[in-house]
Write a protein that binds this ligand. Structure first.
Ligand SMILES: Cc1ncc(COP(=O)(O)O)c(C=O)c1O
Length: 405
């Protein structure tokens, strides 16, 4: 048995709850609880809160740790409560002309649809592109065929770019079918065509090594693969793209904002050139203290190590299910995995069984203390760095004893 790279003892997990659904909500490490307690103690006695260390220093540390996870620069990070808020910042700040268009894959999670749909009143269209033959979403989601290894979703997206497309926005890893898109290939194609690539990264960050080269923006919350509580995430923006956005206009997004030797009411100041220009105001110190612990843990181990471990567990599970009633679905997933097209979510397609079947299946899992999730026609099993081979074997014993349809 190999040792999980994230020591499970650092979490508050137990045998009755095999949590294979960080794609919904990740467990936070105990260190995050200790950090939040310490932070709250300072709030009990505000004189214990230090300006340099806490108010300025803690957010700066989180930006640096977030940049390390992304392989980017901390100046390009803006702390932002959620994936949605990061995408809204980009959508609202972009210099649109009526008739412009945003392109997206069919069936994005709504946090990557509503910020763009909200631009309709400004004459900006939102156009969805099916990623493979038989791909469906919305009211028809359950009749969608699943992605296969022969699909070339990037080619479809690039071919769909039109003369008024200004932004291509997409999830790095998709929430329902688990498909991972090739950001570097898309980024290069977008650059060639003068289009900006904007990424919703929440389903990949923390379990897939990141590379922001070629991207214009990357938004994420931290409560899934980043293993932090809900309420604080970050937005990464490429420098020149950021300069083209309207700043958020918080009091901390201007030069010298915290230099109280100068009257704060002196509004003759420039916007900050770095990511702080896109932050919403005073920092969320409680969440920042928790997020910093999670980021330190992940950076300490390294995302590539976590990704390799996750793939190992996925292979082990699929191998164990080869001779089961899930055999055909296992073959599809194995091929997609071998092609490097999956993140941490193994999405088993319902294969005609429908919502009731998957719901029953989930419940048999709960009775065995296994917690997975269902979204739009797929049963999602998500491994992370804290899962063990024994965990994968437990999932195999559960699914191997059931029928998909
Ligand atoms: C792809 C994707 N994006 C975004 C979110 C969540 O967005 P937010 O951070 O705004 O809550 C989810 C949640 O399931 C998701 O799956």
């Amino acid at each position: 048995m190999i040792t999980p790279p994230l020591n499970p003892a650092l979490f508050h997990l137990d045998r009755d709850h095999l949590w294979v659904m960080h794609c919904s909500e990740g467990p936070v490490p105990r260190a995050a609880l200790r950090a939040v307690r310490a932070s709250m103690h300072k709030e009990l006695q505000p004189w214990a809160l230090r300006w340099e260390e806490d108010f300025l220093g803690l957010p700066a540390e989180v930006r640096a740790a977030a940049a390390a996870v992304l392989g980017g620069r901390s100046e390009d990070i803006s702390l932002s409560p959620t994936t949605s808020s990061g995408l809204v910042t980009v959508a609202q700040g972009f210099p649109w002309q009526p008739g412009d268009e945003v392109l997206a894959p069919l069936g994005e999670f709504p946090s990557n649809a509503w910020p763009w749909l909200a631009l309709r009143a400004r004459g900006v269209a939102f156009r969805e592109v099916p990623l493979w033959e038989g791909h469906r979403a919305g009211a028809e989601a359950w009749s969608s065929l699943p992605p296969t290894v022969g699909a070339d979703p990037e080619a479809r997206l690039v071919a769909a770019i039109g003369p008024r497309t200004r932004i291509l926005t997409l999830s790095w890893v998709r929430f329902q079918d688990g498909l991972k898109l090739d950001l570097q290939r898309l980024g290069a194609a977008c650059r060639e065509r003068g289009v900006h690539l904007v990424v919703d990264g929440i389903q990949a960050i923390g379990t897939v090594p990141a590379d922001v080269e070629g991207l214009s923006a990357f938004a994420t919350g931290s409560y899934k693969g980043l293993l932090a509580p809900e309420g604080l995430g970050f937005l990464w923006t490429e420098e020149s793209f950021r300069q083209s956005l309207s700043p958020c206009g918080s009091w901390l997004s201007v030069e010298g904002a915290t230099d109280f030797s100068r009257p704060s009411t002196d509004f003759n100041r420039a916007w900050l050139p770095d990511g702080r220009a896109l932050e919403p105001g005073g920092p969320n110190l409680l969440h920042a203290s928790a997020l910093l612990e999670s980021l330190r843990l992940l950076n300490g181990v390294g995302i590539p190590v976590i990704a390799t471990h996750v793939t190992h567990l996925q292979r082990r599970l699929l191998a164990a299910l080869k001779a089961s009633a899930w055999s055909a679905e296992t073959t599809r997933l194995q091929a997609v995995l071998d092609a490097g097209r999956l993140g941490s979510i193994l999405s088993f397609h319902h294969g005609g069984g429908g919502p009731e079947r998957l719901d029953r299946l989930l419940k048999t899992g709960y009775r065995r203390g296994i917690f997975a999730s269902v979204r739009e026609g797929y049963l999602r099993v998500a491994f992370h760095g804290f899962h063990s081979e024994t965990d994968a074997d437990r999932v195999a014993a559960w699914l191997g004893g059931t029928k998909p349809s």
